[in-house]
Design a protein around this ligand. Structure first.
Ligand code: NAP
Length: 314
């Protein structure tokens, strides 16, 4: 049976960094990228906070450069999704959806998180045909049309600003009257509101998605007046946060609110509850959720694995 030193699962900044560092440590890692490579960042139109990338590349371009970078170190990339991870003799058996199994002495889980949907009436009908969670992917379909964004975090405000340059009118619907995004973004947002490009609906909750053949809008309730109204929109972008991608692990590792719980008291800051399984990036980080933080965690996980396989702590 062929057994790798380490399998890295996930191809966002955490996964690529872990693969890069373990490759350069001569651990000959296998990187299981998932069927859709590059993670969440691929959905960003422009990345302005990656140090050194002062030309503000698209997330897609940035992730492509990470992929080319690991290829330079001959990382073996497997483009499939993981179905399950189980303990096996001398390590772990990672089952892929194509039926094959990869064996590894250590595993770094860097599978990130996925966009959350509201689950409201009408959503299933229009998902992928009017309702999206990715403004960068689908915004172009609504050029010169009317769109609405739901949420009040960094993603929602970034999406609304991005869409306001494409759409004829952008609505931003948020359930509170304060945003939880960076101040630079609220400043830009209020400029766009003043110029009429974005219309705010604060303290408003979405109730349902309406439309006959195509999406016609989102029904909302104003929490201050209890009045209901329809925000007419050709496209609606949900930007209400993310859920960590841990389903394939079953109950193998301890989680906390869905996120993998880390055990730094073991001497490895990226250790999970299972000896030999490490975690890095958004899948284990409900707080920061930044590409640069995920990449840093990927580096830590790689150093942890190097020390773990060498029988020492870092
Ligand atoms: P987030 O910060 O968790 O914000 C989610 C937003 O959706 C919140 O405003 C929340 O409202 C709202 N929301 C959640 N559930 C809702 C529901 N059922 N109905 C209506 N509204 C709901 O998520 P995010 O914006 O995706 O950001 C995730 C992380 O990535 C954050 O740490 C963020 O800083 C980071 N991020 C950073 C950048 C960057 O460029 N720096 C860009 C994108 C994301 P409440 O505010 O009322 O809770």
């Amino acid at each position: 049976m062929e057994i790798s030193n380490v399998a890295v699962i996930g191809s966002g900044p955490a996964g690529y960094t872990a693969a890069l560092y373990t490759a350069r440590a001569n651990l000959d890692p296998v990187l299981i990228t998932g069927l859709s490579q590059g993670g969440q960042l691929t959905q960003s139109s422009s990345v302005e906070n990656w140090p050194g990338a002062s030309d503000f590349p698209s997330g897609l371009d940035l992730m492509e450069s990470m992929r080319l970078h690991v290829e330079k170190f001959s990382v073996r990339c497997v483009s499939d999704d993981v179905e399950s991870v189980a303990r096996a003799e001398d390590g772990f058996a990672i089952a892929l959806t194509d039926g094959s199994v990869i064996n590894a002495r250590a595993v770094i889980v860097a599978t990130g998180s996925s966009a959350r949907y509201l689950g409201l009436p009408g959503e299933d009908r229009f998902r992928g045909g009017g309702i999206s969670a990715c403004a960068t992917c689908d915004g172009f379909f609504f050029r010169k049309k009317t769109v609405a964004v739901i949420g009040g975090g960094n993603t929602a405000v970034t999406d609304a600003l991005y869409l306001s340059n494409l759409a004829a009118q952008t609505h931003l619907i948020h359930r509170r009257d304060e945003f939880r995004c960076e101040k630079i973004l609220t400043d830009k947002l209020y400029q766009a509101v003043e110029s009429g490009k974005i219309r705010l609906h604060l303290s408003c909750v979405p109730l349902s998605f309406e439309g006959r053949e195509v999406l016609e809008g989102v029904r909302i309730r104003d929490l201050k007046t209890q009045e209901e109204s329809l925000v007419a929109a050709d496209g609606v972008f949900e930007a209400i946060g993310h859920d960590p991608n841990t389903g394939f692990l079953g109950d193998l590792v301890e989680t906390d609110g869905g996120y993998i719980r880390l055990h730094p008291e073991t001497g490895f800051s990226t250790a999970t509850s299972v000896t030999g399984i490490f975690a890095a990036g958004d899948v284990a980080d409900h707080r920061y959720q930044q590409a640069i933080v995920a990449a840093g965690a990927g580096c830590r996980a790689a150093l942890d694995v190097e020390a773990f396989l060498g029988g020492r702590t870092v």
